[in-house]
Design a protein around this ligand. Structure first.
Ligand code: CUA
Length: 361
C-alpha cells in the first residue's frame, strides 16, 4: 500500500510539474506585460503589486506582521500534519491485525488543557502584535509639512486633488520619495463620489475603504522611486476590475518638476484650434475640465494635462494615439459599461478632438 501511495505522489508531482511548466512562465509573462509600459518615466515600473516586497514604511509594518503570523501558522501546520502522518503510518492496518476495536480512552485533563491553553496563548500573541501594528500605523502623527492629496473614488476612476499646489489630476498619483535625511510623508484623504471603493497599492500600504460621506485617511512613506501599480479593492460595479491606479514616486527635484508641469494652464497650440473649438461645442465640456477653457465639468477626469498620463480609462489602455482614437470614437469598446457614452462623432470630428487632446501636455 505504501508503494502505491509513493507512486501516486510521484505521478501527481509529475502532473504538477507539467502544469507548472506551462503556468509559471505564462504567469511571469503576464506579470511582466500586464501593466502598460511606462517609457516616459525616469523611474522604474514595478511590475507586480507584490505584498511580499513592501517599499514604504506602513507596507513594511504590515508585511512584517503578515510574515510573523504566517510563520506561526506554518509551525502549527507542521506539528498537526506531522502528528497526523506519524499516526497514519504507525497505526495503519497491518497483516495479522484482528478486527477488534482498539482501546477507547476518554478524557485526559493534561491533553485537553494543553490544546486549550496553547491556542489561547497563540491567539493572544497574534492579537497583541496586530493591535500594536494597527496603532503604530493609525496613530502616526502627520507633520504639517506632509503632502496632502484628496483622492476621490468614482465609478470607475480616481480623481486626485493637490490642494497645496492647486491642481487636479486623475488615476496617476505622483508623490515624492522619502529618504532618511529628508523624510516626506504623503497623506491621502480618501473620499467617494458614489459607492464604496477601496484604495490599494500593495507595495505602499494596505487597503483602505473609500466610503461616501466620509473621509478616510492613509499615509505613504515610499523608500524607493518607481511606478507602483494599484487598484480598487472593493467591488463597485461593472468596471471595478478596470479601476486601476498608479502611484509614481519621484525624487524631490523630479517631483517639483512634475508639480510645475501640472500647475501650468492647458497649452493653446494654434494647429489644434479647430479641435479645441469642436471640443468646446460638444458635450465633452459638461463632464471634463480643461484649465483655461470653458470646459469645467467635474463628472469625468480633468484633461488639462492628459498627455502627461501613461494610461487612459483608469489604466485600461496605454495612452497612445490609436487608443485615444478608439476611446473618443466609442469608449464602450475599451471599457464596456463605463459612464462615458458614445457621442456618435463623425470620423473627421474624432480626428480633430484627438488632435486637440494630444496637445494637452
Ligand atoms: Cu471602485 Cu471597485
Amino acid at each position: 500500500m505504501f508503494h502505491l501511495v509513493a507512486l501516486e505522489v510521484r505521478r501527481s508531482f509529475r502532473r504538477f510539474r507539467g502544469i507548472a511548466s506551462i503556468c509559471i512562465p505564462a504567469l511571469l509573462f503576464w506579470a511582466s506585460t500586464a501593466p502598460v509600459a511606462a517609457q516616459q518615466d525616469t523611474v522604474p515600473l514595478r511590475p507586480i503589486g507584490n505584498i511580499f516586497d513592501p517599499l514604504s514604511v506602513p507596507a513594511r509594518a504590515i508585511s512584517d506582521i503578515g510574515i510573523f503570523a504566517s510563520l506561526i501558522c506554518l509551525g502549527i501546520f507542521i506539528v498537526v500534519a506531522g502528528l497526523l502522518v506519524f499516526t497514519v503510518i504507525k497505526f495503519r492496518r497491518k497483516v495479522g491485525d484482528d478486527d477488534a476495536e482498539p482501546p477507547q480512552i476518554y478524557g485526559s485533563t493534561q491533553i485537553e488543557l494543553a490544546w486549550t491553553v496553547l491556542p489561547v496563548l497563540i491567539t493572544v500573541v497574534l492579537v497583541l502584535v496586530t493591535a500594536r501594528t494597527i496603532a503604530e500605523i493609525q496613530n502616526r502623527k502627520i507633520p504639517e509639512s506632509a503632502l496632502t492629496i484628496r483622492v476621490i473614488g468614482h465609478q470607475w476612476w480616481w480623481e486626485a486633488h493637490y490642494p497645496q499646489y492647486g491642481f487636479v489630476t486623475a488615476n496617476e498619483i505622483h508623490i515624492p520619495l522619502s529618504t532618511k535625511d529628508r523624510p516626506v510623508i504623503t497623506e491621502l484623504q480618501l473620499e467617494s463620489a458614489d459607492v464604496i471603493h477601496s484604495f490599494w497599492v500593495p507595495q505602499l500600504n494596505g487597503k483602505t475603504d473609500v466610503i461616501p460621506n466620509r473621509t478616510n485617511r492613509m499615509w505613504l512613506e515610499p523608500e524607493q522611486t518607481g511606478v507602483y501599480l494599484g487598484n480598487c479593492a472593493e467591488y463597485c460595479g461593472t468596471q471595478h476590475a478596470n479601476m486601476l491606479l498608479r502611484v509614481v514616486v519621484h525624487d524631490p527635484a523630479e517631483f517639483e518638476k512634475w508639480v510645475q508641469s501640472q500647475q501650468a494652464p492647458a497649452m493653446q497650440v494654434a494647429s489644434a484650434q479647430k479641435g479645441r473649438e469642436l471640443f468646446a461645442s460638444l458635450n465633452c465640456v459638461n463632464c471634463h475640465r480643461i484649465d483655461g477653457s470653458i470646459a469645467e465639468g467635474v463628472f469625468g477626469p480633468d484633461l488639462t494635462h492628459l498627455m502627461t498620463r501613461r494610461t487612459i480609462g483608469a489604466g485600461v489602455a496605454a495612452n497612445t494615439p490609436e487608443n485615444l482614437h478608439q476611446w473618443v470614437r466609442d469608449p464602450q469598446v475599451l471599457k464596456v459599461g463605463c459612464l462615458m457614452p458614445n457621442l456618435q462623432l463623425l470620423d473627421n470630428e474624432v480626428d480633430e478632438i484627438v488632435g486637440y487632446l494630444q496637445t494637452l501636455h
